[in-house]
Design a protein. Sequence first.
Length: 149
Amino acid sequence: MPLSDDSTLALANRFSVEVHNGEYNLGSWAQVQGLDVQWKMADYRAGDAGNDRWYFPGFTEYTPLKLTRAACKDSTTVQKWLSSNSFKSQGHTGVITLMDPHNQPVISWSMRRIIPVKWSIASFEAGQSKVALETLELQHLGFLEDDVA
């Protein structure tokens, strides 16, 4: 399918991550994994239908997000957010926004009840000269507006 002149393409290497209505801008990350959803299927088989089944979409299931980047000054903002969430069950809203080549938003995903699951940083070793990578894992209740409760 050809692109029109007004097509705006999102770049996978330009995105931002914010938590709690923008109060915590977690900065730039090199990678985001787990931005997906799947539906657990429910099936029904009537007793007189032989082996025929009917399938219905069940509940939605979201994969935890995994953010990875080189440790940087933005890591202090992550630490502040983690400290404010330690031993609290209060989930925050979060937004991942994909940008175009001019850093203008193209599409965003609003996550409900984001809570930190794990934070880690690569081990430090004086004999090696490699970048210290930090990883942040987040659980959330999803980005679709499908909550009917």
